[in-house]
Ligand binder design. Structure first.
Ligand code: SF4
Ligand code: SF4
Length: 217
């Protein structure tokens, strides 16, 4: 799941004005953005009121299960004249959702983001999110007791802690336990501390070349 936050309303209005949009269609997402309280039914209603009060015509709203699924966005464009006819579309979804809406629209129609995409999250419970993986493309969790040094250590160190550990706490985010202390403790519990004597080669950043594409057959 992708965590999103709302853009400031002033930025959204500025972007609408720069697109010369007097009318706007709102496009939400009933999965991640709904859970983040940034792009579900409630937020579509709030945005409708906000923009109407600012003098924009809101032509309608769309809410699909997954806005990051181009086929669902395309279906909305096929079925809704008010979506095709709006001066602009404001998308209350992550960047992948904005991209799918943009790929479904006519090239002449501006598609604008209402949210900032923040991170891939693990979900502890509804409304409680934490970053457990930063998509490095070369997972090392097998040797780190399931704790990600790439994500949980702010310096992304792969061969043990830096010199700043203070009583087991991280020197960068002092309220956090040092990721490498946690890794050490976990491997000790598992009787696998010998793993820590093995050198981990530098990350192969070439696997993060963008844009990624996968075609399963
Ligand atoms: S090492 Fe960390 S960032 Fe890389 S894939 Fe595994 S969990 Fe994700
Ligand atoms: S104290 Fe630990 S978690 Fe913090 S930056 Fe250093 S090694 Fe990484």
């Amino acid at each position: 799941m992708i965590v999103t936050e709302k853009k400031p309303i002033n930025e959204i209005i500025e972007n609408l004005e720069r697109a010369n949009a007097k009318s706007v269609h709102l496009f939400g997402c009933d999965t991640c953005a709904q859970q983040c309280k940034t792009g579900g039914e409630v937020e579509l209603k709030e945005m409708t009121t906000l923009l109407t009060d600012k003098g924009f015509e809101v032509t309608g709203t769309s809410l699909v299960d997954e806005t990051c699924y181009t086929q669902l966005a395309k279906r909305e464009f096929r079925q809704k004249e008010e979506l095709k006819g709006a001066d602009a579309v404001l998308v209350l979804a992550c960047g992948a959702g904005v991209k799918c809406v943009a790929d479904s629209a006519e090239e002449t129609q501006p598609i604008l983001p209402a949210l900032n995409s923040m991170f891939l999250t693990s979900v502890e419970r509804v409304g409680k999110f934490y970053e457990g993986c930063s998509l490095c493309g070369n997972c090392v969790l097998a040797d780190t007791g399931g704790i990600c040094p790439h994500t949980d250590c702010p310096k992304s160190l792969l061969n043990g802690p830096c010199g700043g550990v203070d009583n087991g706490k991280c020197e960068v985010y002092t309220e956090n336990d040092c990721a490498w202390v946690r890794i050490y403790d976990r491997l000790k519990e598992q009787g696998r501390l010998d793993i820590m004597t093995e050198f981990v080669p530098p990350k192969d950043h070439s696997v993060q070349g963008k844009p990624h594409k996968v075609l399963l057959r």
